[in-house]
Ligand binder design. Structure first.
Ligand code: ADP
Ligand code: NI
Length: 204
C-alpha cells in the first residue's frame, strides 16, 4: 500500500467514532484543506499530508496513542527519521491552546495549522462547537454569561465560543488562501447566529 494510504487507514482505525469532534473525518477534512492550501507553496507534500492526517492523535484532549508509539508506527511505515521529526514538530506546535508564535512555525506547520483551523469554521465548525459543548456538559447559551476575550479560558457556553475563539481565527490564519476561505465560512456562522438570536427572542 502507498504510504499516505497506509497512514490514512491507521488514523481511521484509531479515531473512527471519536466523540469530541476529532474523529477520523476531521482528520480527513484537515488533510484535504491542507493539500488545497499547500498547492500555492513549494513544500514537502509528504510532511504536510502525514501531519494533517495524524495531527490530533496525540493531542491531550484526545490521546488516542502515545508519542513514542506514534513515532514507532511511522518508522514501521518506512518514513525516514528526518521526516518523522518534521512531522512531530508540526503536530506538537499547531495546537491553538499552545499558541506558539508564528515565527517559530515551519511553513508546513503554518499550512496544517490553517487547515485545522478552517475545520473549526463554517457549517462544519458550527456542528463541532455543539458536539464539543454537549460532550463536555456546557449549555448552548446563557445571555448572562458574556464572552471574555482571553485565550487561556475555556468557553463556558457554545455560543460564547464563537466570540471567544472562532471569530478570531480568520485574522490569525498564516496563508492568504486560508484567510479567504475563513472569510466565507464566517459569513455562514454570522447568519446562523442572527437566526439563533431571532429565535431565542421569539422574533422569528
Ligand atoms: P483542534 O485541536 O481540532 O484544532 P480543538 O480541540 O481546539 O480543535 O477544538 C475542537 C472543536 O471543538 C473545534 O471545532 C472547537 O471549536 C470546539 N471547541 C473547543 N473548545 C470548545 C469550547 N470550550 N466550547 C465549545 N466548543 C469548543
Ligand atoms: Ni484538529
Amino acid at each position: 500500500m502507498e504510504l499516505i494510504q497506509e497512514v490514512n487507514e491507521f488514523v481511521r482505525e484509531l479515531s473512527e467514532g471519536e466523540g469530541t469532534g476529532h474523529d477520523y473525518y476531521h482528520a480527513l477534512r484537515v488533510w484535504r484543506n491542507a493539500k488545497e492550501i499547500a498547492k500555492d507553496f513549494d513544500v514537502d507534500m509528504e510532511v504536510i499530508e502525514i501531519s494533517a492526517l495524524i495531527h490530533d492523535l496525540i493531542d491531550e484532549k484526545v490521546e488516542l496513542i502515545s508519542k513514542d508509539e506514534l513515532i514507532k508506527k511511522l518508522r514501521d511505515f518506512g518514513v525516514e527519521d528526518k521526516k518523522i521529526q518534521q512531522v512531530m514538530d508540526v503536530v506538537e506546535k499547531i495546537s491553538f491552546s499552545k499558541n506558539i508564535p508564528k515565527d517559530e512555525l515551519s511553513l508546513e506547520a503554518k499550512i496544517v495549522q490553517d487547515a485545522d483551523r478552517l475545520d473549526a469554521l463554517g457549517a462544519i465548525g458550527i456542528a463541532r462547537v455543539f458536539t464539543y459543548s454537549g460532550k463536555t456538559g456546557r449549555p448552548i447559551h446563557d445571555p448572562r454569561i458574556k464572552p471574555i476575550l482571553d485565550k487561556r479560558i475555556r468557553s463556558k457556553t457554545a455560543i460564547n465560543h464563537f466570540y471567544e475563539k472562532l471569530f478570531r481565527l480568520k485574522d490569525e490564519m498564516n496563508t492568504q488562501k486560508a484567510k479567504r476561505m475563513a472569510k466565507a465560512r464566517e459569513e455562514i456562522m454570522k447568519s446562523f447566529l442572527e437566526q439563533f438570536y431571532a429565535e431565542w427572542e421569539g422574533r422569528k
